[in-house]
Each structure stands twice: as C-alpha cells, then as structure tokens.
Design a protein around this ligand. Structure first.
Ligand code: ASP
Ligand code: MG
Length: 483
C-alpha cells in the first residue's frame, strides 16, 4: 500500500484558480498512489493579483486584527472580517460548483468568522492578547481553507472531506510554537483518517494547528503547515511527503540577492536543517524532524510547475548525490541580516570556570535564542550572534550579571556591534572534501570582505561567517559562485 501526503502552502490555495490547480494535482496523484492525503495552509496571496482581496494573506490579517484589538481598535477586526468574507466567498464561488455544497461551506465560513469577531471583541475588552488567544485566532485561516479546498476537490469529482487537526494533532501548551506529542497524535490521526481513506475519500486536513490534551487550540508557529504535513505523514507511515510551494524546490540562495540561484536537486536532512536554521525560508525549521526516524522522503515541489522534479530530501548522508563539479563544492548560501554581535571579553576570563555558562544563562533569561557563538581557545572572549532587536536588552542583562567581574577587571567589557550579517555556506562537501573552507575564505578575500567571526556547524555541513551588514549581500554573491 502506498500513501502520499500532499501539503499545499498559502499561495497554492491563494485563490480559486490556484485551488483548481491543486485539484488537478490531487487527481494526478490518485492515479499514482493508493491513498492521497491533503494538508493545507490558510489562503495566502495568489501569484497574480486581480482583486483587492487577493492581496489578503489570511493568517497575517487574523493576527494583526487581534493585536490591534488589544490596542483598543475595533475597526480593524470588523474590516478584516469583511475582507476575509470576501476573499473566501470569491474562492467558493470560483471553485465549488454544486450550489448545495457552496451554501454549506459559506455557512461554515460565516460561523468561523463570527467566532473571529467575538474573539477579537473580547481581546479588545481585556486590552491584551495572550499567546493562547492569538493561537485561537490564527488557526481560523486553515479551518476556512480546508473546507473550501475539500469542496474544490468534490467539484473536480474527487470524494473529499475537510478535517480540523485540532481533533487529532495533540501538542504541548507552548502556544505559538507548540510541539506535537507524537504517540498520542499517531494514535488519533490513524483512528480518524485511516477509515476515511479505506472508503476512498481524500481527507483535506488543516495545517498549522493542533490542540492540547485538554482541547485548547494551539499553533505550531508561523509557517507551521509544513511541519503539519510531516507530522501527518509520519503518523500515517506515508510513503512520501510532497511539500508544494510556489518555487521549484529549495533554491541555492535567495534569488533576490543572486538572480542566478538554482534549484538544488538533492539535499540530505542535515543539510536541510542547516539551511532552515540559517534563514532559508522555504520550509518551517521543524519540517524534517518527524520524518527522520522512518526516513520518509520529502519532496519540495512547485504547485504551478509540477513537472519540475523539485528538491528531494534524503536521510542517509552516504546516499546523497555529492558528485559535483570541483569548482562547486557547496550547495547553498544563506543570510541572516539585522544581527548583533555581542562580545564578553577580558584577559582575566582565562581559566575562570563558569563565565561561559553564566553568559548563556543570562542571555537565555532574556528569552533570546542565539544564532551562533564562538569562543577563542585563548578563552579571552565569548562572542554571540543575536537578533539585533534584542541586543540592548542582552547588554544590560550581561552588565548586571557580571557587575562584580567587571569591577575586578576579570571581564573588561561587554560590547555590542550592531548591523552584522551571518552568511552560511551549506553542503556535505565542506567536511568531506579538503580545501573547501580555503575556497570559501578565498572567495570573500577576492571581494575584500572582512570576516568578523567564524563557526563551523556541529553537523559539519555548514560554515557560518559573520561580516558587516553592508557586506552581507556581496558575501552571499561571492560564495554563491561556489554553489
Ligand atoms: N498559515 C500559517 C502561516 O501563515 C501556517 C502556514 O502557512 O504554514 O504562518
Ligand atoms: Mg510556508
């Protein structure tokens, strides 16, 4: 028995014509696989904008309205309700052919939007919006999209039914970036979905959302529908998971920075994790995790160019196609901008136990996650890259923590350099082939780009370099010549 999970992103369900395309892909998949399961994002912006409501990205609109409601704004959510009603109704009218079905779906959407307005009204009364409330609001987009997409499939002659994953994806209560409890989830997904598949129905499941064991709605974090696709795929022991987006797979870099960016045909899961962590926005960073144990292949494909093979992600590093031209030793280059470099330094730090530990604990207490850090073996400084927005808070926290050491001159300074960029070169070749780091440094040297700090990823398939913000994009272009 073969089973494929097809996950569609916001652009892929952005309007009626995109949904028709999805229906076509589902129809094709049914000729190739015994069972097809669909997971959908909320409606995003379609590729071509025809009407004002095309411009609405549903999840953004939902979240912005709730935040504005907390600030006392009652107009924003009322306006949003109308815009959202228009956008979804236009999709229904454009893609659901049966009048009875159209009416039923419209009623469902009306009910969900009425719930949205009520939630925002209570947020406004309370004057604050909790992460828990934001999750309840944010998940409405997927609920609406799943209903319409299931209708679109039925109109294309495919039996289909929409499902809210709050009924079977069980998560912890870490609102806004919840994590699934896999054992419970597996049990529930199977008991809900397998019987449906047995009778030939294509389930259309909401991405992005889950619920705690007590039934409180949660979300898996922005972009979390990718993660949902993999969670559902793992729970159902899928043969493959196909993640459909609006580009031809994972690109070698951001095409807005290097127009010659190309699709990578094969990536190992370690390379993919490195890419996702260091800013490639194509997949939610957790997407691979549920698939690793069962080694379920993941393909990243383009809804609007489905003939393109896309990118295949595999798990066994030794099976990754690494037969690459010698002048192209790396696979991809990423950039994270608006980063600050925080350095704790002092000659007296040498050999003093616990400074590094306290530094990280202090930063962790500010709620910031550190992109990368380096410590020279001389132990005279510890250097961390953090989001620029957090740099001032971190500096104050560190000055407080090390007040005594600063007074005793065990620590000389806590310094912040704003506006730096982290450039990461990714590829198994970096550790497999001698001389690759030399080429990387050479490419930057040729462009006169100064390197402020270096770290090699623990996975040994990434090399991260910190450069000044002004050099960031040039550095990407320079390294991309090696990809
Ligand atoms: N709709 C959610 C978001 O915009 C989840 C997703 O699209 O993956 O973040
Ligand atoms: Mg996405």
């Amino acid at each position: 028995m073969t089973l494929v999970v097809l996950k569609f992103g916001g652009t892929s369900v952005g309007d009626a014509s995109a949904m028709r395309q999805v229906a076509q892909l589902v129809r094709d998949a049914r000729t190739q696989w015994d069972h097809v399961v669909v997971v959908t994002s909320a409606m995003g912006k379609p590729g071509v904008i025809h009407t004002p409501s095309d411009n609405v990205k549903v999840t953004d609109t939902l979240l912005n309205s709730a935040r504005k409601a907390a600030d006392g704004d009652a107009h924003a959510y009322q306006r949003a309700r109308r815009e959202l009603a228009d956008k979804h109704q236009a999709a229904i009218d454009g893609v659901v052919s049966n009048a009875e079905d159209r009416r039923a779906i419209s009623e469902d959407i009306e009910r969900l939007l009425a719930g949205f307005e009520m939630l925002c009204a209570s947020v406004r009364v309370l004057g604050e919006v909790t992460p828990r409330a934001l999750d309840a609001v944010a998940g409405l987009g997927e609920r609406m999209a799943a209903r319409i997409l299931a209708g679109a499939l039925r109109s294309a002659g495919i039996s289909s039914q929409a499902f809210d994953s709050t009924d079977f994806v069980v998560t912890n209560n870490n609102y806004q970036s919840a994590v699934p409890l896999m054992e419970l989830t597996r049990e529930r997904v199977r008991s809900k979905i397998l019987p449906v598949l047995q009778i030939g129905i294509v389930p259309v499941i909401t991405g992005f959302i889950g619920a705690t064991e007590a039934g409180v709605p949660t979300t898996l974090g922005r972009g979390g529908s990718d993660y949902s696709g993999s969670i559902i795929g793992a729970a159902l022991d899928a043969t493959e998971v196909h993640n459909f987006t609006d580009v031809n797979g994972v690109l070698s870099t951001d095409p807005r920075i290097a127009p010659d960016a190309h699709t990578i045909d094969q990536l190992s899961s370690t390379e993919m994790s490195e890419l996702a962590f260091f800013g490639a926005s194509v997949l939610h960073p957790m997407t691979i995790a549920p698939l690793v144990e069962q080694a379920i292949p993941l393909r990243v494909k383009n809804t609007f160019n489905a003939r393109h093979p896309g990118t295949l992600i595999v798990y066994d590093n030794s099976k990754v196609d690494d037969f690459r031209a010698p002048d192209k030793p790396i696979k991809a280059v990423t950039i994270i901008e608006q980063v600050s470099m925080v350095t704790v330094s002092g000659r007296g730090m040498r050999g003093v136990v616990g400074i590094a530990g306290r530094t990280f604990t202090t930063v962790a207490r500010t709620g910031t996650s550190v992109y990368m850090f380096t410590q020279a073996s001389s132990e005279q400084n510890i250097c961390m890259m953090v989001p620029q927005l957090a740099s001032e808070t971190i500096k104050i926290a560190l000055l407080g923590e090390f007040e005594r050491e600063l007074r005793n001159q065990e620590i000389d300074a806590v310094q912040v350099v704003d506006d730096v960029a982290i450039i990461t070169a990714v590829g198994l070749g970096i550790s497999r082939r001698p001389g690759v780091s030399g080429k990387i440094f050479g490419a930057l040297g040729d462009q006169n780009i100064n390197i402020l700090a270096i770290a090699q990823g623990s996975s040994e398939c990434g090399l991260s370099l910190v450069v000044s913000g002004g050099h960031g994009r040039d550095a990407v272009r320079a390294l991309h010549t090696l990809a």
